[in-house]
Design a protein around this ligand. Structure first.
Ligand SMILES: [Zn+2]
Length: 283
């Protein structure tokens, strides 16, 4: 069988150091995850437009805002593109997160993402704008298939989609992997979620350890299969730090010492330490 001309490019977001992935087969484009704010999403849209090809799908891997806030901007720039998720649960996670963000004022900077309602008829119509695919794959117009998996226990998020491409010999792990960026171990990522996360990384490792598969994480640089060990070690270091340090400040200092070059210590790490010290206080 002839290989498709499928290629992938990474568009690196600044806020949250989150990645957007652009799949291009020289006939059409699919973009996976679309950044934490509309301003950066507009830069992403401009970049995609520079390719001169139709954008057919905006694939969102999970219901965290750093992966979906840009979708309103992308949809405005590419009205023909369909916003898709792999399963209805991801759509519900997105809606739940946006309702919560609106309730605490976090969408005041992104008013277009406030959910459409009777009080807010011009808000974002999550129900009708996001389509849950029935398929376990997404085939690009003109060839090349992205294999979608979502059969995972709740870990970094309640529901996560990963993408495998045989043509690219690559696994897009979404937020099962971070590389050089502090992991989100904040709100919701409790001991059970962490146990699932580690178990899934061990599963990936066992499945792919003797391959030359490329690993593309949700945040940070691409890598080979050794990245699973890097993430496992980070989680163990984080757990030990929370257990051993007396104060949040000490834990933050310790993690920064262990990972001096990793990005997002003020945001992702700070929230993660905060959350786990609140769990510790309630033990
Ligand atoms: Zn993320």
């Amino acid at each position: 069988m002839k290989n498709s001309n499928l290629q992938v490019e990474v568009f690196k977001g600044k806020e949250a150091s989150v990645n957007s992935y652009i799949f291009n087969n020289t006939k059409s484009i699919v973009v996976m995850d679309v950044l934490r704010n509309s301003k950066e999403a507009l830069e992403l849209a401009k970049y995609i437009k520079s390719k001169g090809l139709p954008l057919t799908h905006i694939l969102i891997t999970h219901g965290h805002p750093d992966h979906y806030i840009g979708m309103d901007c992308l949809k405005r720039e590419f009205p023909e593109a369909q916003i898709v998720v792999s399963i209805p649960e991801v759509k519900q996670d997105i809606i739940g997160f946006s309702k919560w963000m609106e309730s605490i004022g976090w969408l005041d900077n992104e008013p277009n993402l406030k959910p459409k309602s009777e009080e807010n008829p011009t808000g974002f119509d999550y129900e009708n704008q996001i389509e849950a695919l029935d398929n376990t794959s997404l085939t690009l117009e003109g060839g090349g298939t992205l294999e979608l998996s979502n059969d995972y226990n709740p870990a970094e998020a309640e529901h996560l989609t990963t993408v495998y491409s045989k043509d690219l010999n690559a696994l897009f792990t979404s937020d099962f992997c971070y590389n050089g960026v502090h992991l989100w171990l904040g709100q919701g990522v409790d001991a059970t979620h962490i146990a699932h996360w580690k178990a899934q990384l061990e599963t990936f490792k066992a499945r792919y350890q003797d391959t030359d598969l490329m690993i593309y994480p949700g945040h940070g640089a691409s890598s080979d299969v050794q990245l699973f060990d890097v993430v496992l070690k980070y989680i163990s270091d984080f757990e030990a730090t929370v257990a051993n340090e007396t104060t949040k400040e000490d834990a933050l200092t310790k993690m920064k010492e262990l990972y001096p070059d990793w990005e997002q210590s003020d945001f992702l790490l700070a929230y993660s330490v905060d959350y786990h010290f609140s769990l510790k206080a309630n033990e």
